[in-house]
Design a binder for this molecule. Structure first.
Ligand code: NAP
Length: 520
């Protein structure tokens, strides 16, 4: 049996091109075959999304919230089916599937709550002053409205929370946009379970057919043809820098360029400040160990580089951390390509001048499966500053330790850093005042700055920022986690001189929805 794409309410046709998901634990193909979509199907999905644009844009916040809650409920109810399929496709344990299901339904409900409240539309009202001299002031009212059809690329490392009904999709629907999802080749079965329940919710809430489509096929062909389609207005992506950049360049070169919100690569530097205390060494080494190995290091916020003072305390910390990494053992990676790029990345870095191998698990090179173990390398600031390869992301349980002589060296290294999702400072509170220039500089490089905390375990809430300057993302003004993610898929529209009854409720004089507005 071949499973095919969901093109609105229809199933895709069988084509000559198909693929299987691979069980990363055994290395063998799973039973179900998935048929890639044809270019014609992509066009149909985009046409349906185009037709759904106006009906979805005119839905009330309450109607969108009900839809999001119904997807969340169906997702929670599918937990057993998700556990069965997702553990086979990803090698992730049952606990992670449960946790990610809860996070995904929680995200949908978080956006539903945002819509219930309604003030996210950022309504601004400037009332007319007809007798103003020398010229009358017109009545101007502005609010955020949906951008139109959005393509979402599923992430390999978040098969639920950043995939079919994940954060990008939830925020696009909340804004009122139709969504076309390109499934990740590593977890098509998980994608299909979620895709089918989304279609049920679309039908239940009598939303237009083009509210949602799920497409199977390769990124290079099918993924790119979605992005090229003239009906498409924005893209959400989580994955490699190469993939995100390819889609960004493609979208920019269209005759009508469109925004691509790609979350790509980050080494999430950790800075143990010069005053780093011996008394906290055990606690911080343990925290770093669990952050660096969480999810076999396959999180975008994985701390890849740690700067430590070149003194006795720093040296003891280094030994302690290496000892802890030594206890991790082996674990399956999400898919073969990630495993291969992890292995080639650590091979390349360990051969660089001035880089010393402190620990490397030696039994990950099994041909059939994708088991990987941790690796800790060490270098000094001089080598780090001279060699740009050392600041590239290595996706997996890898840490590069870098010793530094003084705070001037820390300042210099931050100055040269690429954009990052996060940057974490460790030390006593007094060190923050002492090194305030370091903090000020770090702020220019990251989306989230942390003090005495580790970057993994991203809290999903209104105040979170999961973004950062390039190459962490393609647009540092946005976040892909939290309620502010909705802003990526909305644009301001100004109504000038309109009669009250013809305005959206959010902008009417009586403020019938009772939302917060900026008024004069
Ligand atoms: P990926 O290779 O970038 O793939 C992500 C999605 O984009 C897939 O659906 C893929 O299609 C598609 N795609 C990739 N290149 C494309 C292109 N040139 N044009 C159009 N579509 C394209 O990411 P991945 O599979 O998740 O993992 C590969 C590497 O990405 C990892 O080793 C890691 O280095 C990095 N990564 C980083 C993060 C992070 O958050 N920092 C997260 C995940 C992965 P296919 O289905 O055809 O492959």
């Amino acid at each position: 049996m071949i499973e095919t794409s969901l093109i609105g309410f229809s199933r895709g046709e069988q084509t000559n091109s198909s693929f299987y998901a691979v069980n990363p634990v055994s290395g063998s193909d799973l039973e179900v075959q998935y048929g890639s979509s044809s270019g014609k199907e992509v066009e149909r999905a985009c046409e349906l999304a185009h037709l759904a644009t106006q009906p979805l844009a005119s839905l009330s916040g309450a109607a969108k919230a009900n839809f999001l809650r119904s997807v969340a409920d169906r997702l929670d109810a599918s937990i057993e089916e998700l556990i069965e399929t997702m553990t086979m496709e990803t090698g992730l344990p049952e606990g992670r599937v449960r946790g990610e299901t809860g996070r995904t339904s929680g995200q949908l409900r978080m956006f539903a709550k945002l819509l219930d409240e309604g003030s996210w539309v950022d309504a601004r009202i400037d009332r007319a002053i007809p007798d103003r001299v020398p010229v009358p002031k017109p009545d101007l009212r502005t609010m955020l409205r949906p951008v139109g059809p959005v393509a979402v690329f599923c992430a390999s490392n978040f098969p639920l929370a950043f995939s079919v009904a994940g954060g990008d999709t939830a925020s696009a629907w909340a804004a009122g946009c139709p969504v076309i999802v390109k499934a990740h080749h590593a977890h098509p079965g998980t994608a299909l379970i979620v895709g089918k329940l989304v279609v049920e919710s679309v039908r239940e809430h009598k939303l237009p057919e083009g509210t949602f489509s799920l497409i199977f096929g390769s990124g290079q062909t099918i993924g790119q043809s979605i992005v090229k389609n003239t009906h498409l207005k924005a893209v959400g992506f989580t994955g490699s820098r190469q993939g995100g950049r390819a889609l960004y360049d493609l979208a920019s070169s269209r005759s009508e360029p469109i925004p691509v919100f790609a979350e790509m690569s980050s080494i999430n530097p950790i800075f143990l400040l010069p005053e780093f205390e011996e008394a906290r060494m055990e606690e911080i080494a343990e925290g770093l160990f669990s952050s660096a190995t969480m999810g076999v290091g396959q999180f975008c916020t994985n701390p890849g580089v740690v700067f430590y003072p070149d003194n006795e305390v720093g040296a003891s910390f280094r030994s302690l951390f290496v000892k802890k990494m030594n206890t991790f053992g082996l674990a399956p990676m999400l898919h073969k390509r990630i495993y291969e790029s992890y292995i080639s990345g650590i091979n390349q870095i360990s051969q660089q001048n001035g880089v010393e191998e402190l620990f490397r698990s030696d039994s990950y090179s099994d041909e059939d499966s994708s088991y990987a173990g941790p690796c800790v390398l060490n270098t000094d600031m001089n080598c780090f500053l001279k060699n740009p390869l050392l600041s590239e992301e290595i996706f997996g349980p890898f840490t590069l330790l870098v010793s530094y002589a003084d705070s001037d060296e820390l300042f210099k290294v931050i100055l040269g850093l690429d954009g990052q999702l996060t940057g974490s400072l460790f030390g006593p509170e007094s060190s923050l005042t002492k090194h305030n220039k370091i903090l000020d500089l770090l702020e220019t490089k990251v989306g989230r700055v942390l003090f005495n905390q580790f970057p993994t375990g991203v809290e999903v809430c209104p105040s979170i920022v999961h973004g950062g300057p390039y190459p962490a993302t393609t647009d540092s003004r946005s976040t892909s986690v939290g309620t502010a993610a909705i802003l990526r898929f909305a644009r301001p529209i100004c109504y000038q001189g309109f009669p009250d009854t013809m305005l959206p409720p959010e902008l009417r004089e009586a403020n019938p929805l009772g939302i917060n507005r900026t008024e004069s």
